[in-house]
Ligand binder design. Sequence first.
Ligand code: MG
Ligand code: MG
Length: 248
Amino acid sequence: MITIKSNREIELMKQAGNIVYQTHQYLKSFLKEGITTEEIDQLAEKFIRSKGATPSFKGYDGFPGSVCTSINHQVVHGIPGKTKLKNGDIISIDIGACYKGFHGDSAWTYAVGEVDDEKKYLMEHTEKALFEGLKQVKPGNRVGDIGYAIEQYALKHHLGVVKELVGHGVGTDVHEDPEVPNYGKAGTGPLLKKGMVIAVEPMLNLGTADIYMLDDDWTVETADGKPSAHYEHTVAVTEDGYQILTGE
Ligand code: MG
Ligand code: MG
């Protein structure tokens, strides 16, 4: 069921989203060679709780971390642990926070030190693909318009579009209807209406779109070992477009 949020609910979701945004900004300065993903996770959890919120992903389907930390060829859902960041790595951090019953969800990929041109290209165009998708968010458009725009942009830049994982509605649950794929046909899928809140989140790979899951049943990696990037914002559909909730 797709829920329509009231103005009051969207205000609360903006607060939840802002905590997610602040957590990203807070973590940035710590993303240096030597820090473990477990340490990043602890910093994130403390920060989120200091804002009166709870980490959405902690215990979600049994996920052990507070945030997801996915390095290089890891696409999503990396479990924080003893792995240390190295110069030249990229790390995707996916953060969810629940505030007064409402969630915000946003992922971003960061460079650790100096990264090579291929990784820079991947990051630049995955972020741009997110905004290409967001341009389609307005009443009267359909969910398929978002996926179509992302996929076309990705293909134009020779990036692999991960299809097994998708964006989603956000509200009192961190994952609600509708599913928001990063591919699709324009003019198809659920109609976008004012008051809907969705997370748009392209996951693009430098090589093949194919992925597989590790034995930990969480970590998703690219099949060819090439890097992957992930950019996500939670947005509300407004009268004539969208408002980013996981921003300033
Ligand atoms: Mg997320
Ligand atoms: Mg999400």
